[in-house]
Design a protein around this ligand. Sequence first.
Ligand code: SF4
Ligand code: SF4
Length: 468
Amino acid sequence: MSSQIPVKDVTPAKVESVDLYANREKIYTRAFTGLFRNLRMLGGALLFVLYFGTVWLSWDGRQAVWWDLPARKFHIFGATYWPQDFVLLSALLIIAAFGLFFITVFAGRVWCGYTCPQSVFTWVFMWAEKVTEGDRNQRMKLDKAPMDGRKFLRKLAKHGIWVGVSLATALTFVGYFTPIRELIPELLTLQASGWAVFWVGFFTLATYGNAGWLREQVCIYMCPYARFQSVMFDQDTLIVSYDPRRGEHRGPRKKDADYKAQGLGDCIDCKMCVQVCPTGIDIRDGLQIECIGCAACIDACDSIMDKMSYPKGLISYTTEHNLSGQQTHLARPRLIGYALALLAMIGLFVWAIASRPLVELDVIKDRVLYRENEQGRIENVYTLKIMNKSQHDISYLIEAEGLDGLVYEGKREVKALAGEVLSLPVELSIEPEKLPSSTNEIRFRIQSIDDARITNDADSRFIGPSVR
Ligand code: SF4
Ligand code: SF4
Protein backbone atom coordinates (compact mmCIF):
# COMPACT_ATOMS: atom_id res chain seq x y z
CA MET A 1 0.00 0.00 0.00
CA SER A 2 1.46 3.34 -0.96
CA SER A 3 0.73 6.54 0.86
CA GLN A 4 1.55 10.08 -0.06
CA ILE A 5 2.95 12.61 2.35
CA PRO A 6 1.46 16.00 1.64
CA VAL A 7 4.10 18.68 1.05
CA LYS A 8 3.36 22.27 1.80
CA ASP A 9 5.29 25.13 0.18
CA VAL A 10 6.42 27.35 3.05
CA THR A 11 8.79 29.60 1.11
CA PRO A 12 8.09 33.16 2.22
CA ALA A 13 6.54 35.19 -0.53
CA LYS A 14 9.07 37.95 0.05
CA VAL A 15 12.24 38.01 2.13
CA GLU A 16 12.15 41.12 4.22
CA SER A 17 15.38 42.75 5.23
CA VAL A 18 15.56 44.13 8.72
CA ASP A 19 17.93 46.99 9.43
CA LEU A 20 19.78 46.19 12.63
CA TYR A 21 21.27 49.65 12.88
CA ALA A 22 18.97 52.35 14.17
CA ASN A 23 19.74 55.88 13.15
CA ARG A 24 21.00 57.99 15.99
CA GLU A 25 18.49 60.46 17.30
CA LYS A 26 20.06 63.72 18.38
CA ILE A 27 19.66 64.32 22.09
CA TYR A 28 18.61 67.78 23.19
CA THR A 29 19.28 67.98 26.90
CA ARG A 30 17.40 70.42 29.08
CA ALA A 31 19.37 72.64 31.46
CA PHE A 32 18.75 72.05 35.16
CA THR A 33 20.15 72.85 38.58
CA GLY A 34 20.49 70.83 41.74
CA LEU A 35 22.80 69.34 44.31
CA PHE A 36 24.42 66.72 42.07
CA ARG A 37 24.86 69.14 39.21
CA ASN A 38 26.71 71.47 41.61
CA LEU A 39 28.88 68.61 42.85
CA ARG A 40 29.67 67.66 39.29
CA MET A 41 30.56 71.22 38.37
CA LEU A 42 32.84 71.46 41.41
CA GLY A 43 34.57 68.18 40.54
CA GLY A 44 34.89 69.19 36.88
CA ALA A 45 36.27 72.61 37.79
CA LEU A 46 38.90 71.03 40.04
CA LEU A 47 39.94 68.62 37.30
CA PHE A 48 40.12 71.44 34.77
CA VAL A 49 42.30 73.55 37.07
CA LEU A 50 44.56 70.53 37.65
CA TYR A 51 44.80 69.63 33.98
CA PHE A 52 45.17 73.10 32.50
CA GLY A 53 47.16 74.58 35.41
CA THR A 54 49.77 71.91 36.20
CA VAL A 55 51.42 72.20 32.79
CA TRP A 56 52.36 75.84 33.53
CA LEU A 57 54.10 75.12 36.85
CA SER A 58 57.88 75.35 37.00
CA TRP A 59 60.35 73.54 39.22
CA ASP A 60 64.08 74.18 39.44
CA GLY A 61 64.04 76.14 36.17
CA ARG A 62 62.15 73.55 34.10
CA GLN A 63 58.55 72.48 33.57
CA ALA A 64 57.37 70.76 36.77
CA VAL A 65 55.53 67.88 35.03
CA TRP A 66 57.19 66.92 31.78
CA TRP A 67 57.43 63.67 29.81
CA ASP A 68 60.73 64.29 28.07
CA LEU A 69 60.43 61.47 25.54
CA PRO A 70 63.60 62.21 23.49
CA ALA A 71 65.69 62.07 26.69
CA ARG A 72 63.54 59.19 28.03
CA LYS A 73 62.92 60.96 31.33
CA PHE A 74 59.75 61.87 33.20
CA HIS A 75 60.02 64.88 35.48
CA ILE A 76 57.42 65.30 38.16
CA PHE A 77 58.24 68.20 40.43
CA GLY A 78 61.46 67.33 42.33
CA ALA A 79 61.80 63.77 40.99
CA THR A 80 63.00 62.41 37.67
CA TYR A 81 61.93 58.97 36.50
CA TRP A 82 63.77 56.88 33.91
CA PRO A 83 62.70 53.96 31.77
CA GLN A 84 64.10 51.72 34.56
CA ASP A 85 61.41 53.17 36.84
CA PHE A 86 58.53 52.36 34.51
CA VAL A 87 57.63 49.43 36.69
CA LEU A 88 56.40 52.17 39.04
CA LEU A 89 54.17 53.51 36.28
CA SER A 90 52.76 50.03 35.73
CA ALA A 91 52.15 49.77 39.48
CA LEU A 92 50.38 53.13 39.41
CA LEU A 93 48.13 51.97 36.56
CA ILE A 94 47.29 48.76 38.44
CA ILE A 95 46.46 50.83 41.55
CA ALA A 96 44.24 53.10 39.42
CA ALA A 97 42.47 50.04 37.98
CA PHE A 98 41.87 48.58 41.44
CA GLY A 99 40.71 52.00 42.65
CA LEU A 100 38.21 52.04 39.81
CA PHE A 101 37.04 48.49 40.64
CA PHE A 102 36.56 49.48 44.27
CA ILE A 103 34.63 52.64 43.40
CA THR A 104 32.49 50.75 40.86
CA VAL A 105 31.51 48.00 43.28
CA PHE A 106 30.71 50.61 45.91
CA ALA A 107 29.13 53.47 43.99
CA GLY A 108 28.48 52.23 40.45
CA ARG A 109 29.34 54.60 37.63
CA VAL A 110 30.30 57.69 39.59
CA TRP A 111 33.57 57.82 37.65
CA CYS A 112 31.59 58.05 34.39
CA GLY A 113 29.13 60.66 35.60
CA TYR A 114 31.46 62.97 37.46
CA THR A 115 35.10 62.64 36.48
CA CYS A 116 35.52 60.84 33.15
CA PRO A 117 37.04 63.33 30.66
CA GLN A 118 34.42 62.31 28.11
CA SER A 119 31.63 63.37 30.49
CA VAL A 120 33.39 66.50 31.79
CA PHE A 121 34.12 67.80 28.29
CA THR A 122 30.63 66.87 27.11
CA TRP A 123 29.11 68.95 29.93
CA VAL A 124 31.36 71.88 28.93
CA PHE A 125 30.32 71.54 25.28
CA MET A 126 26.65 71.36 26.32
CA TRP A 127 27.13 74.57 28.29
CA ALA A 128 28.55 76.21 25.11
CA GLU A 129 25.53 74.94 23.21
CA LYS A 130 23.13 76.46 25.72
CA VAL A 131 24.95 79.80 25.80
CA THR A 132 24.99 80.16 22.00
CA GLU A 133 21.82 78.40 20.85
CA GLY A 134 19.56 78.59 23.88
CA ASP A 135 17.84 75.93 25.94
CA ARG A 136 16.38 72.64 24.72
CA ASN A 137 13.28 73.93 22.92
CA GLN A 138 15.15 76.83 21.30
CA ARG A 139 17.83 74.46 20.02
CA MET A 140 15.24 72.07 18.60
CA LYS A 141 13.53 74.97 16.85
CA LEU A 142 16.82 76.36 15.59
CA ASP A 143 17.83 73.00 14.10
CA LYS A 144 14.51 72.72 12.26
CA ALA A 145 14.68 76.29 10.94
CA PRO A 146 16.27 77.00 7.54
CA MET A 147 19.77 78.46 7.57
CA ASP A 148 19.77 82.23 7.87
CA GLY A 149 22.16 84.84 9.23
CA ARG A 150 21.01 84.42 12.84
CA LYS A 151 21.26 80.64 12.77
CA PHE A 152 24.61 80.78 11.03
CA LEU A 153 26.06 83.14 13.65
CA ARG A 154 24.78 81.03 16.53
CA LYS A 155 26.21 77.85 15.03
CA LEU A 156 29.47 79.64 14.29
CA ALA A 157 29.72 80.84 17.89
CA LYS A 158 29.02 77.34 19.22
CA HIS A 159 31.59 75.66 16.99
CA GLY A 160 34.03 78.49 17.73
CA ILE A 161 33.83 77.74 21.47
CA TRP A 162 34.05 73.99 20.83
CA VAL A 163 37.15 74.38 18.66
CA GLY A 164 38.69 76.83 21.17
CA VAL A 165 38.20 74.41 24.09
CA SER A 166 39.45 71.49 21.96
CA LEU A 167 42.54 73.40 20.88
CA ALA A 168 43.33 74.45 24.46
CA THR A 169 42.90 70.83 25.56
CA ALA A 170 45.18 69.54 22.81
CA LEU A 171 47.85 72.19 23.41
CA THR A 172 47.85 71.37 27.11
CA PHE A 173 48.12 67.64 26.46
CA VAL A 174 51.00 68.03 24.02
CA GLY A 175 52.50 70.59 26.43
CA TYR A 176 53.11 67.78 28.93
CA PHE A 177 55.50 66.24 26.36
CA THR A 178 56.98 69.37 24.76
CA PRO A 179 57.42 72.24 27.27
CA ILE A 180 54.37 74.39 26.75
CA ARG A 181 56.26 77.67 27.09
CA GLU A 182 58.27 76.66 24.00
CA LEU A 183 55.48 74.84 22.17
CA ILE A 184 53.09 77.78 21.86
CA PRO A 185 55.62 80.32 20.49
CA GLU A 186 56.97 77.63 18.14
CA LEU A 187 53.47 76.95 16.81
CA LEU A 188 52.76 80.66 16.42
CA THR A 189 56.01 81.24 14.52
CA LEU A 190 55.55 78.06 12.45
CA GLN A 191 58.72 76.55 13.90
CA ALA A 192 57.12 73.64 15.73
CA SER A 193 58.08 70.12 14.72
CA GLY A 194 55.78 68.18 12.40
CA TRP A 195 54.98 65.74 15.20
CA ALA A 196 53.92 68.54 17.56
CA VAL A 197 51.62 69.97 14.88
CA PHE A 198 50.22 66.51 14.13
CA TRP A 199 49.43 65.70 17.78
CA VAL A 200 47.91 69.11 18.48
CA GLY A 201 45.69 68.64 15.41
CA PHE A 202 44.85 65.06 16.37
CA PHE A 203 43.83 65.85 19.94
CA THR A 204 41.89 68.93 18.84
CA LEU A 205 39.91 66.79 16.44
CA ALA A 206 39.47 64.00 18.99
CA THR A 207 38.12 66.38 21.66
CA TYR A 208 35.88 68.20 19.19
CA GLY A 209 34.54 64.97 17.73
CA ASN A 210 34.07 63.10 21.01
CA ALA A 211 32.55 65.86 23.13
CA GLY A 212 30.79 67.75 20.34
CA TRP A 213 29.45 65.05 18.04
CA LEU A 214 29.82 61.54 19.39
CA ARG A 215 28.96 62.28 23.02
CA GLU A 216 26.87 59.45 24.54
CA GLN A 217 27.88 57.12 21.70
CA VAL A 218 31.40 56.98 23.14
CA CYS A 219 29.94 55.76 26.44
CA ILE A 220 27.46 53.35 24.88
CA TYR A 221 29.47 51.85 22.01
CA MET A 222 33.14 52.65 22.41
CA CYS A 223 34.09 52.65 26.09
CA PRO A 224 35.33 49.23 27.30
CA TYR A 225 34.83 50.20 30.95
CA ALA A 226 31.11 50.67 30.31
CA ARG A 227 30.97 47.11 29.00
CA PHE A 228 32.68 45.24 31.81
CA GLN A 229 31.56 47.26 34.80
CA SER A 230 28.06 45.83 34.74
CA VAL A 231 29.51 42.49 35.85
CA MET A 232 31.04 44.26 38.85
CA PHE A 233 27.72 45.52 40.14
CA ASP A 234 26.03 43.61 42.93
CA GLN A 235 22.73 44.17 44.69
CA ASP A 236 24.38 46.53 47.18
CA THR A 237 26.04 48.77 44.59
CA LEU A 238 24.79 52.35 44.54
CA ILE A 239 22.78 52.94 41.38
CA VAL A 240 20.60 55.78 40.14
CA SER A 241 17.13 54.33 40.21
CA TYR A 242 13.48 55.24 39.99
CA ASP A 243 11.26 53.85 42.74
CA PRO A 244 8.34 52.25 40.86
CA ARG A 245 6.56 51.31 44.10
CA ARG A 246 6.26 54.99 44.87
CA GLY A 247 6.00 56.40 41.35
CA GLU A 248 3.47 54.12 39.65
CA HIS A 249 0.90 54.53 38.26
CA ARG A 250 2.37 57.58 36.66
CA GLY A 251 0.24 60.30 35.15
CA PRO A 252 -0.53 64.00 35.09
CA ARG A 253 -2.65 65.58 37.80
CA LYS A 254 -3.47 68.95 39.32
CA LYS A 255 -1.09 70.04 42.03
CA ASP A 256 -3.50 69.76 44.91
CA ALA A 257 -5.47 66.79 43.60
CA ASP A 258 -5.99 63.70 45.76
CA TYR A 259 -3.98 61.67 43.27
CA LYS A 260 -3.81 58.59 45.47
CA ALA A 261 -7.59 58.35 45.29
CA GLN A 262 -7.20 58.42 41.48
CA GLY A 263 -4.87 55.44 41.71
CA LEU A 264 -1.80 57.50 40.79
CA GLY A 265 1.68 57.34 42.24
CA ASP A 266 4.13 60.23 42.74
CA CYS A 267 5.39 60.34 39.11
CA ILE A 268 3.53 63.05 37.24
CA ASP A 269 4.96 61.80 33.93
CA CYS A 270 6.48 65.19 33.13
CA LYS A 271 9.46 63.47 31.43
CA MET A 272 11.90 65.98 32.90
CA CYS A 273 14.15 63.07 33.92
CA VAL A 274 14.31 62.00 30.27
CA GLN A 275 14.90 65.51 28.93
CA VAL A 276 17.93 66.19 31.15
CA CYS A 277 19.54 62.79 30.54
CA PRO A 278 22.74 63.13 28.50
CA THR A 279 22.29 59.62 27.12
CA GLY A 280 18.61 60.13 26.33
CA ILE A 281 17.23 57.20 28.34
CA ASP A 282 14.20 56.91 30.58
CA ILE A 283 15.43 55.77 33.99
CA ARG A 284 11.89 54.70 34.81
CA ASP A 285 12.47 51.71 32.51
CA GLY A 286 14.98 50.33 35.05
CA LEU A 287 18.78 50.08 35.18
CA GLN A 288 20.26 50.38 31.69
CA ILE A 289 23.77 50.07 30.33
CA GLU A 290 23.46 53.58 28.86
CA CYS A 291 23.09 55.16 32.32
CA ILE A 292 26.35 56.86 33.29
CA GLY A 293 25.19 57.58 36.84
CA CYS A 294 25.39 61.36 36.45
CA ALA A 295 22.31 61.96 38.66
CA ALA A 296 20.95 64.67 36.35
CA CYS A 297 17.59 62.88 36.52
CA ILE A 298 17.71 62.97 40.33
CA ASP A 299 18.16 66.75 40.30
CA ALA A 300 15.40 67.19 37.72
CA CYS A 301 12.92 64.93 39.51
CA ASP A 302 13.69 66.42 42.92
CA SER A 303 12.87 69.89 41.57
CA ILE A 304 9.52 68.53 40.29
CA MET A 305 8.83 66.84 43.64
CA ASP A 306 9.53 70.20 45.31
CA LYS A 307 7.08 71.97 43.01
CA MET A 308 4.43 69.35 43.71
CA SER A 309 5.20 69.44 47.47
CA TYR A 310 5.99 65.70 47.38
CA PRO A 311 8.99 64.26 49.23
CA LYS A 312 12.20 64.19 47.16
CA GLY A 313 13.87 60.95 46.17
CA LEU A 314 11.49 59.41 43.64
CA ILE A 315 14.67 58.96 41.63
CA SER A 316 17.67 58.55 43.90
CA TYR A 317 20.98 56.87 44.55
CA THR A 318 19.91 53.55 46.02
CA THR A 319 20.64 49.83 45.77
CA GLU A 320 18.73 46.91 44.34
CA HIS A 321 18.40 45.49 47.85
CA ASN A 322 16.94 48.77 49.04
CA LEU A 323 14.50 48.89 46.15
CA SER A 324 13.22 45.41 46.97
CA GLY A 325 12.76 46.38 50.63
CA GLN A 326 15.81 44.53 51.91
CA GLN A 327 18.78 45.83 53.85
CA THR A 328 21.83 47.19 52.01
CA HIS A 329 25.16 45.73 53.11
CA LEU A 330 27.91 48.29 52.71
CA ALA A 331 30.71 46.08 54.05
CA ARG A 332 30.68 42.97 51.91
CA PRO A 333 33.48 40.51 51.12
CA ARG A 334 34.20 41.70 47.58
CA LEU A 335 34.36 45.35 48.61
CA ILE A 336 36.55 44.58 51.61
CA GLY A 337 38.81 42.48 49.37
CA TYR A 338 39.25 45.33 46.89
CA ALA A 339 39.85 47.81 49.73
CA LEU A 340 42.53 45.62 51.33
CA ALA A 341 44.23 44.94 48.00
CA LEU A 342 44.15 48.64 47.22
CA LEU A 343 45.62 49.62 50.58
CA ALA A 344 48.37 47.00 50.27
CA MET A 345 49.26 48.18 46.76
CA ILE A 346 49.30 51.84 47.76
CA GLY A 347 51.54 50.99 50.72
CA LEU A 348 53.93 49.04 48.48
CA PHE A 349 53.94 51.83 45.92
CA VAL A 350 54.78 54.49 48.51
CA TRP A 351 57.54 52.27 49.87
CA ALA A 352 58.92 51.68 46.34
CA ILE A 353 58.96 55.43 45.63
CA ALA A 354 60.60 56.24 48.97
CA SER A 355 63.28 53.58 48.56
CA ARG A 356 63.92 54.23 44.87
CA PRO A 357 67.73 54.46 44.37
CA LEU A 358 68.89 57.84 43.09
CA VAL A 359 71.85 56.26 41.38
CA GLU A 360 71.66 53.35 38.97
CA LEU A 361 74.63 51.09 38.34
CA ASP A 362 74.96 48.64 35.46
CA VAL A 363 78.01 46.48 34.90
CA ILE A 364 78.96 45.24 31.43
CA LYS A 365 81.75 42.69 31.37
CA ASP A 366 84.23 42.77 28.52
CA ARG A 367 83.94 40.00 25.94
CA VAL A 368 87.55 38.92 26.62
CA LEU A 369 87.01 36.60 29.57
CA TYR A 370 90.34 37.35 31.29
CA ARG A 371 93.96 38.16 30.55
CA GLU A 372 97.28 37.89 32.35
CA ASN A 373 99.15 41.15 32.81
CA GLU A 374 102.90 41.76 32.88
CA GLN A 375 103.06 41.07 36.63
CA GLY A 376 101.38 37.70 36.12
CA ARG A 377 98.10 38.87 37.70
CA ILE A 378 94.73 37.85 36.23
CA GLU A 379 92.80 40.83 34.90
CA ASN A 380 89.11 41.32 34.02
CA VAL A 381 87.78 44.44 32.27
CA TYR A 382 84.33 45.99 32.83
CA THR A 383 82.37 49.06 31.77
CA LEU A 384 80.32 50.64 34.52
CA LYS A 385 77.20 52.59 33.47
CA ILE A 386 76.44 55.10 36.19
CA MET A 387 73.15 56.96 36.01
CA ASN A 388 72.63 59.96 38.27
CA LYS A 389 68.83 59.96 38.71
CA SER A 390 68.83 62.89 41.12
CA GLN A 391 68.33 66.59 40.44
CA HIS A 392 71.89 67.48 41.54
CA ASP A 393 75.47 66.85 40.51
CA ILE A 394 76.94 64.10 42.68
CA SER A 395 80.46 62.78 43.32
CA TYR A 396 80.61 59.03 43.89
CA LEU A 397 83.06 56.54 45.30
CA ILE A 398 83.20 53.14 43.58
CA GLU A 399 84.55 49.89 44.94
CA ALA A 400 84.54 46.20 44.08
CA GLU A 401 84.30 43.38 46.63
CA GLY A 402 83.80 39.66 46.83
CA LEU A 403 87.36 38.30 46.49
CA ASP A 404 90.29 38.63 48.91
CA GLY A 405 93.20 40.35 47.21
CA LEU A 406 91.07 41.89 44.43
CA VAL A 407 92.69 45.12 43.18
CA TYR A 408 90.60 47.88 41.61
CA GLU A 409 92.47 49.64 38.83
CA GLY A 410 90.72 52.69 37.47
CA LYS A 411 89.04 55.86 38.61
CA ARG A 412 87.55 55.38 42.07
CA GLU A 413 85.98 58.80 42.33
CA VAL A 414 83.70 60.14 39.62
CA LYS A 415 81.33 63.05 39.33
CA ALA A 416 78.03 62.77 37.41
CA LEU A 417 75.93 65.79 36.57
CA ALA A 418 72.21 65.75 37.40
CA GLY A 419 70.53 63.30 35.02
CA GLU A 420 73.84 62.27 33.42
CA VAL A 421 74.74 58.73 32.37
CA LEU A 422 78.47 58.01 32.70
CA SER A 423 80.38 55.20 31.09
CA LEU A 424 83.44 54.21 33.12
CA PRO A 425 86.00 51.55 32.08
CA VAL A 426 87.36 49.63 35.06
CA GLU A 427 89.93 46.85 35.49
CA LEU A 428 90.10 44.38 38.37
CA SER A 429 93.09 42.15 38.96
CA ILE A 430 94.12 39.40 41.36
CA GLU A 431 97.05 37.06 41.87
CA PRO A 432 96.19 33.70 40.27
CA GLU A 433 96.81 31.70 43.44
CA LYS A 434 94.18 33.78 45.26
CA LEU A 435 91.44 32.81 42.83
CA PRO A 436 89.21 30.22 44.52
CA SER A 437 87.60 29.14 41.25
CA SER A 438 87.46 29.97 37.59
CA THR A 439 84.14 31.86 38.00
CA ASN A 440 83.71 34.07 41.03
CA GLU A 441 80.83 36.23 42.15
CA ILE A 442 81.83 39.83 42.78
CA ARG A 443 79.92 43.02 43.48
CA PHE A 444 80.47 46.64 42.49
CA ARG A 445 79.25 49.23 44.95
CA ILE A 446 78.73 52.94 44.32
CA GLN A 447 78.06 55.55 46.98
CA SER A 448 77.72 59.31 47.06
CA ILE A 449 80.68 60.89 48.85
CA ASP A 450 78.41 63.47 50.50
CA ASP A 451 75.27 61.46 51.20
CA ALA A 452 75.60 57.84 52.34
CA ARG A 453 71.91 57.23 51.57
CA ILE A 454 72.57 57.56 47.83
CA THR A 455 74.03 54.18 47.08
CA ASN A 456 73.54 51.15 44.85
CA ASP A 457 75.32 47.99 43.85
CA ALA A 458 75.46 45.53 40.97
CA ASP A 459 76.66 41.94 40.76
CA SER A 460 79.07 40.59 38.20
CA ARG A 461 81.63 37.81 37.79
CA PHE A 462 85.39 37.64 37.84
CA ILE A 463 86.69 34.98 35.44
CA GLY A 464 90.07 33.29 35.68
CA PRO A 465 91.84 30.16 34.39
CA SER A 466 90.68 26.78 35.66
CA VAL A 467 91.84 26.15 39.20
CA ARG A 468 93.29 22.64 39.82
S1 SF4 B 1 11.02 63.72 36.51
FE1 SF4 B 1 10.13 62.52 38.16
S2 SF4 B 1 7.98 63.01 38.02
FE2 SF4 B 1 8.85 63.66 36.09
S3 SF4 B 1 8.61 61.89 34.77
FE3 SF4 B 1 10.60 61.70 35.70
S4 SF4 B 1 10.24 60.40 37.47
FE4 SF4 B 1 8.24 61.17 36.85
S1 SF4 C 1 19.41 57.99 33.64
FE1 SF4 C 1 19.88 59.65 35.06
S2 SF4 C 1 21.83 59.10 35.95
FE2 SF4 C 1 21.54 57.82 34.16
S3 SF4 C 1 22.59 58.94 32.55
FE3 SF4 C 1 20.45 59.55 32.46
S4 SF4 C 1 20.37 61.37 33.74
FE4 SF4 C 1 22.29 60.40 34.20
